[in-house]
Design a protein around this ligand. Structure first.
Ligand SMILES: Cc1ncc(COP(=O)(O)O)c(C=O)c1O
Length: 366
């Protein structure tokens, strides 16, 4: 065997949400009957205009994709209220942008701060670049970022601080004043992850003008309905974006993902419908889950919610497994640092999916 880098040998694998195909095969279920509430996708499906654009573009799949990405960059800039020079696009979703941030900023032994629990991919990617995670905290059950824990974690080796708002998996927003406090107390890059901002109606783009060390991370995978096409973007100061573009994989946005992204971001009707639909479904799900006395449900500003299941007497692993056997996928949160063995995260589905999930859940917990 060749010699593998020590860090790769020691790396904990990333645990993604489970797919319908995998569960259908494992449990002998009809894939059409499985409800997937594990990965915070858009339950309405993609924009029909994106599907049409992809079909059309597929005739050109023998050609390399455009690398300038001018049209999509301009549309993203317009959508976000920034100039095109402040935009970088990523072809493996926002996850690619995280990787590019690692390539741009992290030398071996540099630190990055993650308040936990939060999105686990930050840690997974940056460790590969030699980064060392330093944990800050979210206060639970209050569900607020512990700002002091972030400030206390800053050292001369801090290169990045991750602030996820709404936070995955807790669903809460971070107060803008708290973001400012953190920006003002560090030279490190503060990455404000707004993957779910559309569901909350809140964003932090206005802070870009005042803070050169702010970077906003976003994705087409959630409200824009393109998780399977893998498109993400970042907003930051033009000079920094220029450095990131030096190291970004050149052809990572395929022809199909480019046209799908253009069509989706232009489909205002779809975006509005997805937003109002998700909010309605979220309210319904929250209300129904809150009625179940064995559960503690966290209010959410995103398209998922965190549920403490310990009063069911089951661990999240057992509960998630029982749901899987009955064709419902939720996220067992054991792989999230900062949570113990009793948390699940449930994505907002269609109202019919929500109803079936609630029925199945009641059967399981009795
Ligand atoms: C908070 C957060 N950030 C970033 C991402 C990455 O999104 P993608 O790589 O699909 O664009 C996700 C995906 O679930 C997420 O939950």
């Amino acid at each position: 065997m060749v010699k593998i880098k020590k860090m790769v040998e020691e790396l904990d694998p990333y645990v993604p949400g489970r797919s319908i195909k995998e569960i259908a095969e494992e449990y002998g279920l009809n894939p059409d009957k499985i409800i997937k509430l594990g990965s915070n996708e858009n339950p309405l499906g993609p924009s029909p205009q994106a599907v049409e654009a992809v079909n059309e573009e597929s005739k050109l799949m023998h050609r390399y994709p455009e690398v300038g990405l001018k049209e999509l960059t301009s549309l993203v800039a317009l959508y976000s209220g920034v100039s095109p020079s402040q935009v970088i696009l990523g072809g493996d979703g926002a996850d690619e942008i995280l990787d590019v941030l690692g390539k741009t900023l992290i030398e071996s032994g540099d630190e990055f701060i993650v308040p936990i629990p939060s999105y686990m991919y930050y840690e997974f990617t940056l460790k590969i670049h030699g980064g060392v995670p330093v944990y800050a905290s979210w206060d639970l059950p209050e569900n607020v970022l512990n700002v002091d824990s972030v400030l206390d974690a800053i050292t001369p080796r801090t290169r990045m601080i991750f602030l996820c708002t709404p936070n995955n998996p807790t669903g809460a927003l971070i107060d803008k004043e708290d973001i400012k406090t953190i920006l003002e107390n560090t030279d490190a890059l503060v990455v404000v992850d707004e993957a779910y901002f559309e569901f909350s109606g809140v964003n932090n783009v206005d802070l870009l003008a005042g803070y050169d060390n702010l970077f906003i991370l976003r994705t087409f995978s959630k409200i824009l309905g393109l998780a399977g096409m893998r498109i993400g973007y970042g907003l930051g100061n033009p000079e920094f974006i220029g450095y990131m573009k030096r190291v970004k994989p050149v052809f990572s946005l395929t022809r199909l993902s480019q046209v799908a992204a253009v069509a989706s971001i232009n489909d205002k009707g779809y975006i509005e419908k997805s937003t109002s639909f998700s909010v309605e479904s979220r309210d319904y799900l929250y209300e129904e889950l809150s009625k179940i006395s064995q559960l503690d449900v966290f209010e959410s500003k995103a398209n998922y919610m965190l549920v403490d299941v310990r009063k069911t007497g089951m661990t999240s692993q057992t509960l998630a497994e029982e749901l899987l056997k009955r064709g419902v996928i939720v996220r067992d949160c054991r792989s999230f640092h900062g949570l113990d063995d009793y948390w699940i995260r449930v994505s907002v589905g269609t109202l019919e999916e929500d109803e079936r999930f609630i029925d199945v859940l009641k059967q399981v917990i009795g």
